[in-house]
Design a binder for this molecule. Structure first.
Ligand SMILES: CC(=O)N[C@H]1[C@@H](OP(=O)(O)O)O[C@H](CO)[C@@H](O)[C@@H]1O
Length: 528
């Protein structure tokens, strides 16, 4: 029942019909009341008498999973986080170069060896991907999950479709190389905000021609937002302001939903974990997987060189001798701006939220280390109802959201590795709504992909007679590319194999190289 209706229609509360005796509204269930009192959060029931029956039960259901002790600890920790005891300055060091593998500087033979190893593991059905897609995408400001976003490519494909097609292609490449059918299962972590629309979207698109049973969606937990006074914020009279528990909620969610058991059953040994918003993500990247496997790593992170000190990416570094990511929101300007003698940023290893884990490592986190992860605090503008029950949209931060971060498990790795990749080939995140000069937006994501595909087409020997493209212009991503050229992931995963379709061909922009068109071009070539 929508809120804002009068007392007459409210189940169980107040007046029934004119002339009937006035019944007092039923009190909150004693057990719920006692639990909230024990947690110091009795105010959550302030509007109980005014709530409709449905609102009462949904509020009770929201609070049910919380033990008073846990809830009290959560609220107290949030309040405490507001005035952190100044941590002692900890010795922070960059990742030593010799510990990094590199797709940028690596010798082609070595890269090819890693790639072969990766394809081998994929063909043996040992590799799966985990997508982190539970975020609300507040900065992008769309009312649906980020993965459903269409950045305006000629094909109109959404991020989910692009990712699904890259999985299909990487499976196909592994099959061709090793001669057996294989599957890269796609585990998708959603939240209360994203589960239902994501499920519907996948169903409407026939799971992008992947086997439905190989797409496994599971939900991360939600936790209450807390005011500066340590009290849970009510977003509506009958609704607590809840937020997903951060991308580090992954580890609890894996355990809650028995996902690790599912992985075990399928024989999965290696996981590629990534964030939904990077339009250039290489799903189950065989080079990265092969590199990490060859090094015997249990945990790894992909990085790119930062563009400038203020770029909002975490940096992979060592603190007190332990590898970790220092998040952009938690690094001081002074540290971010430090430079080496050669002028390069000292903390330059930008985290692109692409991680490698062995299944054994994930099990050790879920079984042993997860409770040791310390939540991070973020001050947010959280809509709330005031004492009188009016809804207020605050102008400035009024509440605290506590989140765990996916990379905070690096500290528990026995053999952590870092893999440097090329930004223009692998990283263009969709974070912000479009606007003049805005970075990490639908405009920059679309351009990054078009620039990449233009480079691939030119490298494969395609000619665009109507365009003169000086070599230096092949990768200037702040500008619109000279050509509109999009290549379906079903045709090429990372630029490979395009010569057969494009070499010495006259091509015209806009070019959308679909699988069908590629097949026709290949046939025509054979006929010549
Ligand atoms: C907790 C977490 O994973 N933070 C990541 C993540 O940031 P968000 O702003 O939360 O999307 O993606 C960034 C790369 O896009 C990465 O640099 C950063 O460290």
């Amino acid at each position: 029942m929508p809120s804002g209706q009068t007392g007459e229609s409210r189940a169980g509360g107040g007046r029934m019909e004119t002339g009937d005796p006035v019944l007092p509204p039923p009190p909150p269930p004693e057990e719920l009341k006692q639990r909230l009192e024990a947690a110091g959060q009795a105010h959550v029931l302030r509007f109980w008498p005014e709530l409709a029956a449905g609102e009462r039960s949904s509020l009770a259901a929201e609070l049910r999973p919380w033990e008073p002790r846990e809830l009290r600890a959560h609220c107290e920790a949030a309040k405490r986080a507001l005035t952190p005891a100044r941590p002692p300055a900890r010795p922070m060091e960059p990742v030593p170069q010799q510990l990094m593998g590199s797709a940028v500087r690596g010798h082609p033979e070595v890269l090819s060896r890693w790639e072969q190893r990766g394809f081998q593991l994929i063909s043996e059905n040992k590799v799966a991907v985990i997508l982190l897609a539970g975020g609300q995408g507040t900065r992008l400001a769309v009312p649906y999950p980020k993965g459903m976003y269409n950045v305006g490519l000629p094909s109109g494909k959404t991020l989910y479709q692009i990712q699904a097609e890259r999985i299909r292609k990487v499976q196909e490449l592994a099959e061709v190389k090793h001669g057996n059918k294989c599957t890269v299962p796609w585990y998708i972590m959603t939240s209360e905000f994203t589960l239902e629309p994501t499920q519907r979207f996948f169903a409407e698109h026939d799971h992008f021609n992947l086997d439905k049973s190989d797409i496994i969606m599971f939900e991360q937990r939600m936790i209450p937002a807390v005011g500066f006074d340590g009290k849970i914020i009510l977003e509506q009279k009958g609704k607590v302001a809840m937020a997903p528990d951060g991308n580090g909620g992954l580890y609890r969610a894996l355990a809650d939903s028995m996902i690790l058991e599912d992985m075990d059953r399928r024989g999965i040994r290696y996981l590629h974990v990534y964030c939904v918003d990077n339009i250039l993500v290489k799903m189950a990247d065989p080079i990265f997987i092969g590199f990490c496997a060859e090094k015997g790593a249990d945990c790894g992170a992909k990085v790119v060189g930062k563009t400038d000190p203020s770029e909002p990416v975490g940096v992979v570094c060592r603190v007190d001798g332990i590898y970790q990511v220092v998040e952009y929101s938690e690094v001081s300007q002074e540290v971010a701006e430090m430079r080496d003698e050669d002028g390069c940023l000292t903390y330059n290893a930008g985290n692109i939220c692409n991680h490698f884990f062995t299944l054994d490592f994930l099990k050790s986190i879920a079984e042993e280390f997860e409770p040791k992860l310390v939540p991070h605090m973020a001050i947010k503008k959280i809509p709330f109802v005031d004492e009188q029950g009016n809804r207020v949209k605050p102008e400035k931060g009024n509440g605290i959201k506590m989140e765990k971060f996916v990379f905070d498990v690096f500290q528990f790795a026995k053999n952590f590795v870092v893999f440097e990749v090329s930004r223009e080939e692998e990283f263009s995140p969709l974070k912000n709504a479009a606007g003049a000069g805005v970075k990490d937006s639908p405009v920059t994501a679309r351009r990054a992909l078009l620039w990449q595909h233009q480079r691939w087409a030119l490298r494969a020997g395609g000619h665009f007679p109507n365009h003169q493209i000086p070599r230096s212009d092949w990768s200037e991503e702040s500008e619109e590319p000279p050509l509109v050229c999009e290549i379906s992931p079903l045709v090429s995963y990372a630029g490979e194999g395009l010569e057969v379709y494009l070499k010495d061909r006259e091509l015209y922009s806009p070019l959308l190289l679909t699988k069908k068109m590629a097949e026709e071009l290949a046939k025509a070539k054979l006929a010549v």
